[in-house]
Design a protein around this ligand. Structure first.
Ligand code: KIV
Length: 277
């Protein structure tokens, strides 16, 4: 296990930018990224010193309880992004463009990205896909909006994949992924998430690209790592892929605290005199 970092005071550190991530890759410093969907969690995660906060469309799963990321809307994503942005002073905040807000229509993609930037005041957007969404990525970049790519297991395409298994194990898919990664870099993306692909392929992509790769289930050869915060903190209990490391078991802490509260209410030991007026 790594050494715990001290809490970083936001007054003593500069804001993380896309340029910072580029410099971190140059200097061989791994980028840390976690998801957040609300003000309170975002404030804690930011104060711990995370580099990037992703307002992921995984909110569809962990916030709303849907089975997939497909149902979440652009309005929902903007709401979560607004909440997160209010809690963050240091980290770079990136927001997922949800399913249906950018595919197949680059004008719609641009207007979705502009809404996210204007209404939530965040720093960039993430889009799932490679050459198929080239026009959308280009238009958003031309408007001056930073774009993070996302390749490999792209959960918005789950019904095409039919399974959450590791992607790009075969040579053809691996080659396509490499070409897509190069394409996204050429278009001007500042970083690419690589999800659930073989570690050897992720390492090759990371070595080939000048922009940082952020892995999830993609091994240690990426330039950074991302996890869904609810998985990392043990709030989700029914999801056990091998790439998730649980840094806490907040589900147990929360359940025990709630049980204690119920017991205190039932026994009338809460509230005590000093908790009353
Ligand atoms: O939505 C999300 O949380 C993501 C990460 C898993 C990369 O896209």
């Amino acid at each position: 296990m790594s050494t715990p970092l001290r809490e970083v005071s936001v007054t003593e550190v500069k804001r993380v930018t896309t340029q910072t991530l580029q410099e971190m890759k140059r200097d061989g410093i791994p980028v840390s990224m976690l998801t957040a969907y609300d003000f309170t969690s975002a404030r804690i995660i930011d104060s711990a010193g995370i580099d990037v906060i992703l307002v992921g469309d995984s909110a569809s799963n962990v916030m709303a309880g849907h089975e997939t990321t497909l149902p979440i809307t652009l309005d929902h994503m903007i709401y979560h992004a607004q909440c997160v942005e209010r809690g963050v002073q240091r980290a770079l905040v990136i927001v997922d463009l949800p399913f249906g807000s950018f595919q197949g229509d680059s004008r719609k993609a641009l207007s979705s990205a502009i809404r996210v930037m204007k209404e939530a005041g965040v720093h960039g957007v993430k889009l799932e896909g490679g050459s198929a969404i080239e026009m959308s990525v280009s238009r958003i970049l031309e408007a001056g909006i930073p774009v993070m790519g996302h390749l490999g297991l792209t959960p918005q395409s789950i019904y095409r994949f039919g399974t959450y298994r590791v992607r790009a194990r075969d040579a053809d898919e691996a080659e396509t992924l490499m070409q897509d990664a190069v394409k996204l870099q050429e278009l001007g993306c500042f970083s690419i998430v690589l999800e659930k692909i073989p570690a050897s392929l992720a390492k090759k992509v990371s070595e080939k690209l000048e922009i940082p790769t952020i892995g999830i289930g993609a091994g240690s050869g990426c330039d950074g790592q991302v996890l869904v915060t609810h998985d990392a903190l043990g709030l989700t209990t029914d999801f056990h892929p091998r790439f998730v490391r649980r840094y806490a078991h907040l589900d147990e802490i929360m359940r025990e605290a709630v049980q204690q509260y119920i017991a205190d209410v039932r026994s009338r030991s809460f509230p005590a005199d000093e908790e009353s007026y």
